[in-house]
Write a protein that binds this ligand. Sequence first.
Ligand code: 3VV
Ligand code: NKN
Length: 274
Amino acid sequence: MELGWLLWGAAVLLLLHFLTELSPAVNFALRLGWYCVLCVMGSLLAAPACLLLNGGRTVRNMRIIKNVVKTFKYFFGLRFEVKRLENFEVEGPAIIVSNHQSILDMMGLMEVLPDNCVQVAKRELMYTGCVGLIMYLGGVIFINRKSTTSAKMVMTEVAKTMVAENVKVWVYPEGTRNCTGDFLPFKKGAFHLAIQAQVPVIPVVYSSFTTFYNPKTKLFTSGKIKVEVLPPIETKGLTSDDVSDLADRCFHTMRETFFMLSGRPSPSEAKDSS
Ligand SMILES: CCCCCCCC/C=C\CCCCCCCC(=O)SCCNC(=O)CCNC(=O)[C@H](O)C(C)(C)COP(=O)(O)OP(=O)(O)OC[C@H]1O[C@@H](n2cnc3c(N)ncnc32)[C@H](O)[C@@H]1OP(=O)(O)O
Ligand SMILES: CCCCCCCCCCCCCC(=O)OC[C@@H](O)COP(=O)(O)O
């Protein structure tokens, strides 16, 4: 009886192996599916730990979540090479902004996440069952992207509480995933937030995933991701009139760094030399 089950198991594994060899689409779906399964299993493991150790929704749970998520990279052969982590060492709260390429970014985020830091996420993620629960327990701030007024109200409230409670806030200023090998224009919310709270902006840049991950061509192999934490940009004394300048400055420095880390000339340089 047991031998029968073993044989079935071996047959299924063999079939999966051949399917992945045959079709990149199957390989892609299986690896991404496995990532989702890991997220669900990790959440089921971490949720009771968060509740028992910290009692409910608090940023202290992020440490537990971070430690679980940091093991995920080994399943996918991903390596992170992190530079200038010391740039996170600012006194008190800050806004962290970074580029957003895929749901895989969550691994890169947890790889460098400083203490006392919560993320801004779209509200829909709250309804992903145990993954939504773990985000809630970790103190993630949920915004409704379909209603600018409500998103702005939440962000204004965050500007007050982040100072009172000494937390850093991680925002993806592109506002959505973008795996095209370039940046989308930045939305202004993160920069309004930084200026309203008068806290520094710390940009973080991840190199392009396109060499190992591409949802269009169904590519998902192992790979190396370079991460650089850029020096904090002060906002003391800036007013709402300075939001656009601050956003532009972050956009340009981050984009330059992105091309440098990805080992590609930036489109502006390429144009200059032609
Ligand atoms: C243990 C195992 C566990 C496994 C499981 C894992 C769990 C791990 C736990 C935890 C990790 C969590 C990881 C989560 C990752 C999630 C990522 C996402 O979901 S990314 C999508 C959501 N994030 C954003 O969208 C932010 C960026 N967006 C913005 O900042 C926008 O500006 C926003 C949302 C505030 C509004 O967006 P609009 O598209 O509706 O509108 P606009 O065009 O940007 O703004 C309209 C006008 O309002 C002004 N405005 C914006 N914010 C303002 C403000 N706060 N005050 C005043 N004016 C403001 C703007 O300047 C603009 O005006 P003018 O065009 O410049 O004149
Ligand atoms: C039954 C539900 C199982 C759900 C398993 C989901 C596991 C994935 C958890 C990874 C969290 C990362 C969140 C993320 O990166 O979300 C994408 C949004 O930033 C942007 O959304 P979009 O590009 O605008 O759609």
